[in-house]
Design a protein around this ligand. Sequence first.
Ligand SMILES: Cc1cc2nc3c(=O)[nH]c(=O)nc-3n(C[C@H](O)[C@H](O)[C@H](O)COP(=O)(O)O)c2cc1C
Length: 199
Amino acid sequence: MKIIGISASARPNKSTHFLLEQCLNELKTTAEASGKSIEVELIDLAPLKINGCIACDSCKKGVLCSQQDDYQPLIPKLADPKVAGIIMATPVYMGCMSSQAKALLDRTVLFRRNGFMFKNKLGGVITVGGSRNGGQELTIQAVHAAMMIHDMIIVGDGDHFGGAAWANHPDGYQSDTTGISTAKNLGRRIAEVAQMMQV
Ligand SMILES: Cc1cc2nc3c(=O)[nH]c(=O)nc-3n(C[C@H](O)[C@H](O)[C@H](O)COP(=O)(O)O)c2cc1C
């Protein structure tokens, strides 16, 4: 069983990546503590060039995409039946998800058009805003909407919607203990639910 985390920030190794790492580490620790390990992979979109969907409808003919960009190697990764869930981490841009997150999610339509390949996979979301309340919850829900279009199973942080963090904490994003705990709690919940579903 594997969970894929996607960092959809324009910047590599910044707060979005950090929060996702915290989440995946907690996920692994939770799984290991119960005696059943879960493989995790973090995919950082920052160095990748992924265009928006051009609605060419090629994917109606199979699990393929006509655009030859950095999305191509992600198709087999995401199609792997071992993948039990996807955690999307995105910065808040103009009150919603980043264009990197939206482009990726739109391009995943090929999995829906080929037998709902994400059906029953778990979905969780982490957001990071420059402001404490800059649109994190709205952004989480926007990503949830795409996950529901895939008929995925949405998992929250056990308390609210998912990971919601503040990049401009006065002591640095690594000091946003409130936000970090929501990301960790999401990882713990994904591990718990993934293991329940494995039975
Ligand atoms: C184009 C753009 C729009 C942004 N809009 C918002 C916003 O609406 N609300 C907010 O809280 N922060 C906003 N921010 C700040 C980012 O959410 C914040 O810097 C975040 O940490 C970026 O993630 P990173 O550290 O991975 O780069 C915006 C940043 C950019 C570049």
